[in-house]
Design a protein around this ligand. Structure first.
Ligand code: BDP
Length: 728
């Protein structure tokens, strides 16, 4: 974090000559993300914090406790605007004590064991205590990692200007495996990444330990993330060879003190590709033996590898089907190989074959018959919706259907379907919409979040994964607000009951400023941004109208003859009568995959939520909507509303420029301009194209599209696609 010290010195100089409360706006390139640790500007709070914490007492010296020490040192010095003394014993009032009862006699003497035990290994407690007449704040946990999470939480309280009188706080994670997934390739191009090259420098590892690796681990650990699958699920088998394992082992060493385990995406055909066998049949003894040996070798490099992540029999990736076997055969073979080392297998359920009736149905149809057949160190990783990370999908019906198979969530943080590294689209509300959805799998209250937590079915492994996009861009994510979705994902993986609003608030305070004038406006921008993204692309339950391949601009006209489910017309099914995909009994009947009463609600055109309408019904253009408009008019209005919101976002952002640094202000401002251009193109393309079916005019009072449909169809070929991985 090279610029931290410089910024601190600058802030200190300004603060020492001016009275408190003068906004200090320093240059910021976004590198520090939400761990900025700028000095607290509120004079009263600053004094209270300085009073409460004037020294830090840490008795333990494990690598993780050294990480705790480093983080507290940097964080407190920044926030309090002065160095804080570190020692192994209390010298007076105002101590911050951090440790575990088993490693710190001081923490053990506080009699907190009972309160700590109930929090589990990763949980923490922060409280005010008195030690020999001195008041102190204690961060206590059963493990060093728990202390680390507590330290980050305390720093977050200070960063967001919380009063310490709200102590005690205690917290523990609701799921076990809180994992980020990288879609990074050996060539360092990041699939759907949009923020530079892969963070992992294969050319200089294992010798060079780029400082960014540690900062990456800190950022994730601050959220409670405890796993990172470092390579693309479209996996290159060479990652499993010694040449790369040696490099990956160094990453694992760097991440370990921060509580982050490395996972590897494994290519199912590795025994053939790098092993010299002529089959990868999961029941073939030679193949089994190959994987057992391979696991042994991998664990000799990385003794605490988390395990494998596998995309099999999906979009051209090899898998057990190629050998006449099923997903359970494939997953269990790998699970047996890693079991002796404590590893697990995250087996993805993102599967769909060409030519079946309805892509929506396929994951459920393939996995439900296998329920109960997976080993207990397998966890099936399911995308939030039945299709593919679209701006709005109903929850995947697999949540609630796998009663005897560990099931985890896969969210996407990177903006594959949300405008890449350019558009502003905070995904927090999308995540909570899914997590809070009630599946009714075991009666009312069986929300997706409760299922993930293992509260509905008896899962022995629980987890949540997020596909993140950091790359070599100085601010890690390209569009700065992608950081907010990463933040929200990580915090929700810790506790799915948190609200997207509270998380936006926290993130803004930590990432930009605590000035309420800024927070109020920008929180609203964030909140409206997701719905805008839905509205200008695919409102009312339309989906996947993207140009195929890169998924940036609109191409609702695309037909794919070999893979109909890779063309947009497959999804919207517009004709002269109406639009939408009939998934009721008269169509694919995918609604039957949901429990009651969800199935009945989705199947009923009068009761289905309107924002999911066209996911489940082919609806006549004249269908009356709740607004009193016809479906056609409503659809067009939604498209126009999307653009209007983006224009509002631009104005709102302009109005708060004075509260933050120029760099990030101007960056976002420029990106919003591009977003407006793109939103217009989406709106005009879709309205003109669908109008060619409905034959209806634009509702009165709306500005007509500037060009005709042919013009917008041409743009699909002409306009540069900002994604080096895709290759334009
Ligand atoms: C799709 C992406 C593709 C991924 C795939 C997956 O377009 O790049 O490989 O998901 O999740 O959304 O496997």
């Amino acid at each position: 974090m090279g610029s931290v010290r410089q910024n601190l010195i600058r802030s200190f100089l300004v603060i020492s000559v001016l009275p408190f409360i003068v906004p200090v706006v320093c240059a910021d390139d976004g590198y520090r993300m939400w761990l900025r640790y700028e000095q607290v500007q509120d004079a009263g709070l600053l004094a209270a914090y300085r009073n409460a914490i004037s020294q830090v007492v840490i008795e333990e010296s494990s690598p993780t406790m050294l990480a705790v020490k480093d983080e507290l040192e940097m964080g407190l010095e920044g926030l309090l605007g002065r160095p804080v003394a570190f020692s192994t014993h209390i010298t007076g009032s105002g101590a911050l004590v951090a440790g575990t009862p088993s490693g710190s006699p001081l923490v053990a003497s506080l009699g907190l064991e009972g309160r700590i035990e109930v929090l589990g290994a990763d949980g923490f407690l922060i409280d005010q205590v008195t030690v020999s007449g001195n008041s102190a704040v204690v961060i206590a946990a059963a493990s060093d990692i728990g202390v680390l999470y507590g330290a980050f939480h305390l720093l977050r309280l200070l960063q967001t200007h919380q009063s310490l009188s709200s102590l005690p706080v205690s917290s523990s994670p609701r799921v076990m495996h809180r994992v980020v997934n990288h879609w990074d390739n050996i060539r360092r191009l990041v699939e759907r990444g949009y923020a530079g090259l892969s963070l992992w420098e294969w050319g200089t590892l294992p010798e060079y330990r780029h400082p960014r690796y540690t900062d990456y681990a800190r950022l994730n650990a601050s959220l409670g993330i405890n796993g990172a699958a470092i390579n693309n699920v479209n996996a290159d088998a060479r990652f499993l060879t010694g040449q790369f394992l040696e490099k990956i082992a160094v990453l694992a060493d760097i991440f370990r003190p921060w509580g982050i385990k490395v996972y590897l995406s494994a290519n199912f055909d590795s025994p053939r590709i790098i092993g010299g066998l002529d089959t990868a049949d999961p029941l073939d003894p030679q193949v089994i033996e190959w994987w057992n040996k391979k696991a042994e070798e991998i664990y000799s490099y990385i003794p605490d590898l988390g395990g494998f992540l596998v995309k099999a029999d999906s979009e051209g990736q090899p898998g057990p089907h190629g050998y006449g076997r099923d997903h359970a055969d494939g997953a269990n073979m790998l699970a047996r190989a890693v079991k002796p080392f404590g590893g697990i297998v995250m087996w993805r359920a993102f599967v769909y074959d060409p030519g079946r009736t309805d892509r929506f149905r396929e994951a459920w149809d393939e996995f439900v018959p296998l329920d109960g057949k997976f080993m207990d160190n397998v966890i099936v990783q399911v995308k939030n919706g039945p299709i593919d990370f679209q701006p709005r999908e109903p929850f995947s019906p697999l949540f609630g259907a796998l009663t005897n198979t560990n099931t985890m969530m896969e969210f996407q943080v990177t903006q594959e379907y949300f405008g890449f590294g350019i558009h502003l689209a905070y995904k927090g509300p999308m995540y909570t919409e899914i997590l809070n959805a009630d599946t009714y799998a075991a009666g009312e209250g069986s929300t997706v979040g409760m299922i993930l937590e293992g509260k509905v079915f008896d899962y022995n492994l629980t987890g949540m994964a997020g596909v993140i996009n950091p790359g070599t861009d100085r601010n890690w994510t390209g569009q700065p607000f992608v950081q907010s979705s990463w933040y929200a994902f990580g915090r929700l993986a810790w506790d799915h009951t948190l609200s997207a609003e509270a998380l936006a608030d926290e993130w803004l305070r930590m990432t930009f400023t605590n000035d309420d004038r800024f927070i109020g406006t920008v929180k609203e921008i964030m909140f409206r941004s997701r719905e805008a993204a839905v509205n200008y692309r695919n409102p009312l339950g339309l989906t996947h109208l993207y140009a195929q391949g890169h998924h940036y601009g609109p191409a609702p006209w695309t037909e794919h003859h070999h893979r109909p489910d890779w063309g947009a017309v497959y999804y919207h099914r517009a004709d002269e009568q109406g639009i939408g995909f009939d998934r009721t009994a008269s169509g694919s009947n995918a609604v039957e995959q949901y429990h009651e009463p969800v199935a009945s609600v989705f199947r009923d055109i009068e009761r289905v939520p309107e924002d999911l309408l066209l996911w489940f019904h082919h609806v006549s253009w004249d269908h009356p909507m709740r607004s009193g408009r016809t479906l056609w008019d409503e659809l067009v209005h939604k498209y126009y509303e999307g653009v209007k919101t983006v224009r509002w976002m631009q104005d709102a952002w302009d109005s708060v420029g004075e509260f933050i640094d120029r760099e990030r202000y101007e960056h976002v401002r420029a990106l919003l301009k591009i977003q407006e251009r793109d939103a217009l193109r989406w709106r005009n393309s879709c309205v003109l194209y669908f109008g060619s079916f409905s034959g209806k005019p634009l509702p009165e009072g709306l500005e007509p599209p500037e060009h005709d449909l042919e013009h917008y169809m041409d743009l699909e070929r002409i306009i540069y696609v900002p994604d080096p991985w895709y290759g334009w």
